[in-house]
Design a protein around this ligand. Structure first.
Ligand code: AMP
Length: 287
């Protein structure tokens, strides 16, 4: 496995793969890798087989964090991440520095990619500059790694939707695959941010997946539709039973358009964000 930290080197290697007609399967991450990331890597390898190349990027992207957010305390463990990638059979880890991705020696970085419809709700309200940062860095990474296929997790459902739209709208020549959310045995979605939770908060955090299950059971048991106002209230109540949990949003929406629905039907989707002290967790699923 090779570790590349320089943009030009990564791009040169990617160009060579392209000229050799090698398929490149790409998994962008912010590191502090867990089994959820590993499942994307496994899917990435399965997609291109032994004759293809699997690239994982590890980069905690500053432009997707607001000034008030957890950029500086975001968990990092490059050595552990490299060990996991080696075990998982990754060919190349691309791990650039901030300076490599956003050089500032001349004029400050000033070109951004913004998706302006799917990015406006939910995470876009809580984190107004977040998706612009994500779309920008993912475009840069696509231009550096030149993948034929890229893998993202359903855990970040809105992110995957925004990126899928970006790939379509901008005719980016690759296939975007969204892989299922990997969960802990009690249902908590795996996330690098789970490392912030105190043991008490960790126990209470199971309420996110319980909320999704509750919503699904209620919708499946309803002969007609359920009002999202009613179900949101029930779920808010469920969340508030956990003393340290503070719900930020609970939203029901159509999975293709992300447009909120007032009447919930089977096949619609729930997404929620819950704070535990300074830690913010998100989850989602179909109902
Ligand atoms: P992150 O490092 O948190 O930016 O995540 C990198 C990629 O892994 C994103 O596409 C995430 O959606 C995906 N991911 C994160 N958590 C999970 C999980 N529990 N299961 C599957 N994929 C995940």
């Amino acid at each position: 496995m090779r570790v590349i930290k320089v943009v030009k080197k990564m791009q040169t290697m990617a160009r060579r793969w392209q000229s050799e007609k090698k398929r490149v399967s790409f998994v962008p991450t912010m590191g502090y890798l867990h089994a959820g990331h590993e499942s994307l890597i496994t899917a990435a390898r399965r997609r291109v087989g032994r004759s293809g190349v699997v690239v994982v990027s590890i980069f905690v992207n500053p432009t997707q964090f607001a000034a008030t957010e957890d950029l500086s305390r975001y968990p990092r463990n490059l050595e552990g991440d490299l060990a996991m990638c080696r075990r998982a059979g990754v060919d190349v880890v691309f791990a650039p520095s901030n300076e490599e991705m956003y050089p500032s020696e001349t004029v400050e970085f000033s070109t951004y990619v913004s998706e302006s419809f799917l990015s406006q709700s939910m995470e876009g309200i809580s984190r107004p500059t977040h998706f612009r940062g994500v779309a920008t860095v993912v475009t840069k990474l696509f231009n550096i790694v030149l993948p034929s296929v890229a893998f993202f997790g359903a855990k970040d459902f809105q992110q995957a939707a925004v990126l899928r739209k970006m790939v379509g709208d901008l005719n980016i020549p690759l296939t975007l695959v969204v892989a299922p959310t990997l969960r802990e045995p009690d249902g908590l979605a795996m996330s690098s941010r789970n490392a912030y939770l105190t043991p008490t908060q960790r126990t209470q955090a199971v309420v996110l997946s319980q909320s999704i299950t509750h919503a699904r059971q209620r919708v499946q048991a309803s002969p007609k539709f359920l009002l999202s106002k009613t179900l949101s209230k029930e779920i808010e109540h469920l969340i508030r039973q956990q003393p340290e949990a503070e719900p930020e949003y609970i939203e029901f929406f159509h999975p293709d358009t992300l447009v909120p629905v007032t009447k919930i039907l089977r096949g619609h989707h729930i997404a929620l964000a819950v704070r535990f002290g300074a830690t913010r967790l998100i989850d989602n699923g179909p109902v």
